[in-house]
Design a protein around this ligand. Structure first.
Ligand SMILES: Cc1cc2nc3c(=O)[nH]c(=O)nc-3n(C[C@H](O)[C@H](O)[C@H](O)COP(=O)(O)OP(=O)(O)OC[C@H]3O[C@@H](n4cnc5c(N)ncnc54)[C@H](O)[C@@H]3O)c2cc1C
Length: 385
């Protein structure tokens, strides 16, 4: 049965996110974007409102939402500002591997501790020479006694400067390639972790992105998530969830760009009538709305698959590519419709266009996501229907 209706509880979740976004995020979004301000006060309030650890189970301090519910909330928050909202929702990716591979005790200890604060976590995979080819990472975890010593560095880590808990990928045996990579839960307070460069970015400017260094960071065996050598697989499984999340992020960005454009088209008068009367503008708006609808349908499908434990790597990768390309197109068209006033600094659509670009780059570039989907289709081209 196909049913797009939301339960009363789900409507309440979306309504809470919309109100929070409108009251708390919208008033500061442009200012924080201009200054690259870390949204500390907003995070504190999102934490109190139950919007931060949405799909972490209640017993570990989260709100216990399903994936699909988390994505609905994500679209609603990202409508207002994706930079601020992605820090609010960072635990969805950063804790994904720990949720997937950690024992009950590990989840209770690491995730349960983290959810007490608003600083949340971060996902540490990328290194300077290992971006798309993350499997060639150099960060090592050498066995010492019953534990490990971590040495190396990570770059472009979202929330890296502030996160309380690091989900870190490091190699225990480089000769084994991706099968030598393990996943570790590393509390920020562990001695030997330092923060390097803080990135100054084109978009997503209120989202903190940092370089991290690990210098003889000693951790115990209890910090190893899953088995030794299982880390890369856990990272890829967490990224399936993350890519569905970027689909919802992109939907929020595109919907806002559409709404800004439609409102402007109703008001802006040229040649004696609103520009929305011109078919050239109506066709652009119709296509923009179609892309928003299709992007939303894709995250609903992948969210449903995740909630029903149906393997969805190719669907998540395809959804991420589609929705992020859609967000780039819709925001570019929005600037076209607002024309001069949309191109100027301080215009909402100018920010949206810069913000949209990142959705095509992180959590696997769209080239890599097309590879993921394409390879999977070569071995299994079956779909849901
Ligand atoms: C703002 C921001 C936040 C980020 N947050 C995080 C984070 O929290 N955690 C984390 O671990 N990482 C994070 N990243 C890293 C991000 O995932 C990488 O930037 C991304 O995976 C691409 O790696 P790269 O930038 O090194 O590009 P490269 O891998 O060097 O790619 C360069 C170009 O080559 C293309 N390319 C590479 N290989 C192939 C191929 N086989 N076939 C076709 N084309 C190819 C790419 O698509 C791209 O166009 C973040 C990045 C940014 C910009």
């Amino acid at each position: 049965m196909i049913d797009f209706s939301l339960t009363e509880e789900q409507k309440g979740m979306v309504d809470l996110a919309r109100r929070f976004g409108k009251d708390r995020i919208r008033p500061v979004a442009l200012e924080y974007d201009r200054d690259g301000t870390y949204p500390e006060e907003i995070l504190k309030e999102a934490h109190k409102a139950g919007l931060m650890y949405t799909n972490i189970p209640r017993e570990y301090g989260g709100s216990g939402m399903s994936h699909l519910e988390h994505y609905l909330v994500t679209e609603a928050l990202n409508y207002e500002c994706c930079a601020i909202s992605q820090v609010i929702g960072i635990s969805h990716l950063s804790m994904g591997a720990i949720q997937l591979g950690g024992t009950e005790d590990q989840q209770k200890k690491f995730i349960g501790d983290m959810t007490k604060s608003y600083r949340s976590g971060c996902f540490c995979l990328t290194e300077p020479h290992a971006g798309s080819d993350a499997g060639i990472m150099n960060t090592t975890a050498s066995r010492k006694g019953d534990g490990y010593v971590i040495n190396g560095s990570k770059c472009y880590i979202t929330n890296g400067q502030y996160a309380d808990l690091l989900c870190l990928f490091a190699t225990v045996d480089k000769s084994k390639g991706t099968r030598g990579i393990s996943c570790f839960a590393v509390p920020r307070s562990t001695p030997g972790i330092t923060v390097g460069r803080i990135e100054d970015k084109m978009g997503h400017r209120a989202m903190n992105v940092a370089e991290l260094f690990f210098d003889n960071v000693e951790i115990g065996r209890e910090n190893l998530i899953g088995e030794e050598g299982q880390g890369f697989k856990l990272a890829m499984m967490a990224l399936d969830r993350g890519r569905a999340n970027i689909t919802a992020v992109s939907t929020g960005i595109a919907r806002r760009a559409f709404d800004e454009s439609a409102a402007y088209a109703r008001e802006r008068v040229q040649f004696g009538q609103p520009i929305g009367n011109f078919q050239a503008i109506q066709f652009m708006l119709a296509d923009m709305n179609t892309l928003v609808m299709a992007s939303r349908a894709l995250y609903l499908q992948v969210g449903w698959m995740l909630d029903n434990d149906i393997r969805c790597s190719k669907e998540a990768a395809s959804a991420k590519c589609f929705a992020s390309d859609a967000a780039m197109k819709v925001t570019t068209d929005a600037v076209q419709i607002l024309a001069g006033s949309g191109y100027m600094k301080g215009a909402v659509v100018e920010k949206l266009m810069r913000d949209a670009k990142l959705t095509q780059i992180f959590e696997g570039t769209n080239q890599i996501n097309r590879m993921v989907a394409g390879r999977a289709l070569m071995s299994d081209s079956s779909g849901l229907f």
